[in-house]
Design a protein around this ligand. Structure first.
Ligand SMILES: N[C@@H](CCC(=O)N[C@@H](CSS)C(=O)NCC(=O)O)C(=O)O
Ligand SMILES: [Fe+2]
Length: 243
């Protein structure tokens, strides 16, 4: 049986990859049982992540990815080598390999705490977001970024799907829910559903789906530098190519 301690905050540490990807990795834990998960770990930051786990006296249960990333290799493979009991998790819709796959509505339980899986495709077909058991925060991956959103021009991306995902699955959360994205390129650390609903320049402030599709079609972004290496590796849970 899962006893949700919604009267106490979940342990949360936001960790940043300053080496190029500007990825936020999240260490979440049950403050009573010390069971923890890492969400969106980066390969070059695995030693830092494990040091955090050790210093806080935590037991690493799951290494979770919001999607098959295009800009960096996930740390889940390296984490599994160092913590063989840890299980990797990704969405079934991503079609990537992992020990466990999840779909909309599933609950990822660690100790007496949990994350609810929300299917938020559009940046990639398999993107999911994770809502804390008490709805105090949501990890949005690359679906919803602070005053922005994930691009929709590769990996089965679709501006129409992303608009629907954000409006139906994320903007329906309480306005007070804190938004923790997988990236920020301007040193911002968090937002809220209320703030994004009101002023996200792509998706908020009453922007229609047609407005959004036009905005996304005009972005003209350079492809991530590591995309050709990162996507195939991430489809294998971060296992590098073996020639
Ligand atoms: N410069 C970076 C890649 C930047 C990028 O494309 N970011 C993605 C998220 S990682 S798949 C994105 O969706 N950006 C949206 C935006 O509006 O910038 C690199 O080369 O690694
Ligand atoms: Fe991405």
């Amino acid at each position: 049986m899962t006893i949700v301690r919604a009267d106490q905050p979940m342990g949360l540490k936001q960790l940043f990859d300053e080496t190029g990807s500007s990825t936020y990795t999240y260490l979440l834990w049950d403050t009573e049982t010390k069971d923890c998960v890492l969400v969106d770990p980066v390969d070059v930051k695995v030693d830092r992540d494990l040091k955090e786990v050790e210093e806080l006296g935590l037991n690493l249960i799951y290494g979770i990815n919001t999607h098959a990333h295009a800009d960096h290799i996930t740390g889940t493979h390296l984490l599994k080598q160092q913590v063989p009991t840890m299980k990797s998790i990704i969405s079934a819709a991503s079609q990537a390999k992992a020990d466990l796959t999840v779909a909309n509505g599933d609950r990822i339980v660690f100790g007496n705490r949990s994350l609810v899986v929300k299917s938020t495709p559009g940046h990639t077909e398999g993107c999911v977001s994770f809502v804390a058991d008490d709805e105090s925060f949501v990890l949005t991956g690359d679906a919803l970024l602070i005053q922005g959103c994930g691009r929709t021009d590769f990996q089965g991306g679709s501006a129409e799907h992303l608009y629907q995902s954000v409006h139906s699955q994320l903007f329906s959360l309480p306005k007070s829910t804190i938004v923790y994205p997988a990236h920020d390129y301007k040193s911002r650390t968090q937002s809220s559903i209320g703030a994004e609903l009101e002023s996200n320049p792509r998706l908020g402030g009453g922007k229609t789906q047609d407005d959004f599709v036009e905005i996304m079609a005009g972005l003209d972004l350079a492809y991530p530098k590591k995309i050709d290496v990162a996507v195939p590796a991430n489809m294998r849970c971060g296992v590098p190519d073996v020639e």
